[in-house]
Design a protein around this ligand. Structure first.
Ligand SMILES: *Cc1c(COP(=O)(O)O)cnc(C)c1O
Length: 414
């Protein structure tokens, strides 16, 4: 275990040097090197403790080292850990059934398993390409502010220029519509028979936790249904209980009771074990990708499926959807009143953005880290929180108190 000696020279500084010597610099220098976690807390290589209010970016629904999840993963790995997709496992089949059940997908619905959010969206992109019997459906509509992942297909549907431009040309046919603009959506469907799919995050996460305005998804459903286009909801970040409902689009104020054609999931799905999924609603969507038209070696891996089943099981057993809903609502009110520079607190459940009057998010996040809180400055003026669903009222209150204790005038440092 010498590689993991946490004393002496194996400090944060030491590991950070080794990181930059061996790991590609796509993420920039790590803020800390973390060595263990328990519940909502993690510890760094210097032994300092942090309250994890980011949860591995909306992944660690059950926090860290959850005994039920650990036991389920260990038991599955000790029984059968991987098989090819020439075979199936009961775990994979049971998870597909669970996902169809909890998303409320109708009879005839099917699931495709992937390993990440980007891959789930790649599969949805390929489904959109197959939704083209006439040969004229070449357009895919996405929204400004969207984030769908870093692989080329997912990137083609992601609006941020800095992510896209270094990798052009991207797969063709994607058009971006202004966020939440129903008139623009209607205009884009003026020749609706050319649209293969509309891809929407019910709550845009990366751009600062922005929910679709009420009525937008209902109009989107109406237009796509009328013109034979797929409505694809990217719930990679907002799904699997994050908002206090299994899907953000199940929340009446966001989804308005619509049934989409496709939902993509990942992040919290496996509680920390990599897994993504595409739920295709109903027979038509479920058969767009035919035999041999898509695949992945690890998709449906029994260990990942066992992790997802265990995560879903604990969320149900412990009533975590209701907890996330109640705690999130109460905490957002407290956060909004915590500091005079906070202009708005947005979100649903435990997907929360704190908006500041000035571009101070990075410096508040750095101060928070020093004070023992992990948060994410997702825009210059926005902090994002996506903590474990197990977060307690008392733990949440410690961060509110941290914000309240900041100097009353926060100014952006140069
Ligand atoms: C994180 C995210 C993705 C990409 O998921 P990866 O697992 O990082 O590939 C896609 N869509 C949304 C909405 C996300 O938040």
């Amino acid at each position: 275990m010498t590689e993991l000696d946490l004393t002496g020279t194996d400090s944060v500084v030491h590991w950070t040097q080794r990181y930059s010597g061996a790991v590609m610099d796509t993420f920039g220098p790590p803020q800390r090197v973390l060595v263990r976690g328990e519940g909502c807390y993690v510890w760094d290589a210097d032994g300092r403790r942090y309250l994890d209010l980011l949860g591995g970016i909306a992944v660690n629904a059950l926090g860290h080292a959850h005994p039920t999840l650990t036991a389920a993963v260990s038991a599955q790995l000790g029984t059968i850990g991987h098989i090819s997709n020439f075979f199936a496992s009961p775990t994979q089949i049971a998870l597909a059934e669970r996902l169809i059940g909890l998303t409320g997908a109708p009879d005839g619905s099917r699931v495709f398993f992937a390993n990440s959010g980007a891959e789930a969206n790649e599969a949805a992109f390929k489904m959109a390409r197959r939704n083209n019997d006439s040969g004229r459906r070449t357009r895919i509509l996405a929204l400004e502010g969207s984030f769908h992942g870093r692989t080329l297909g997912a990137l083609a549907m992601t609006s941020k220029a800095a992510y896209r431009e270094p990798f052009e040309p991207l797969p063709a046919g994607v058009e971006f519509l202004p966020f939440g603009d129903t008139a623009a959506l209607e205009a884009a469907f003026a020749d609706g028979e050319t649209v293969a799919a509309l891809v929407v995050e019910p709550i845009q996460g990366e751009v600062g936790v922005r929910a679709m305005p009420p009525g937008y998804l209902a109009r989107a459903r109406g237009l796509t249904a009328e013109h034979g286009a797929l409505l694809v909801l990217d719930e990679v970040q907002s799904g699997m209980g994050r908002t206090g409902a299994w899907l953000a689009s199940h929340r009446p104020e966001i989804g308005g009771g619509i049934t989409p054609d496709v939902v993509t999931l990942a992040k919290a799905l496996g509680g920390g074990i990599p897994i993504g999924a595409v739920v295709a609603y109903g027979e038509r969507a479920a058969t767009l990708l035919g035999r041999g038209q898509h695949g992945t070696t690890f998709g449906g891996n029994p260990v990942a499926a066992a992790a997802a089943l265990a995560t879903i099981g604990v969320i149900e057993r412990d009533g975590l959807l209701a907890h996330v809903d109640r705690l999130g609502a109460a905490w957002r009110e407290e956060l909004a009143a915590a500091h005079p520079s906070i202009t708005e607190v947005r979100g649903a459940g435990l997907l929360i953005a704190i908006e500041f009057a000035a571009p101070v998010a990075a410096q508040v996040a750095a101060q928070a880290l020093s004070a023992g809180f992990i948060v994410n400055p997702c825009t210059p003026s926005t902090l994002r929180l996506a903590p474990p669903y197990l977060l307690t009222t008392e733990q949440a209150a410690t961060f509110t108190a941290f914000l309240a204790a900041l100097p009353h005038t926060l100014e952006a440092s140069a």
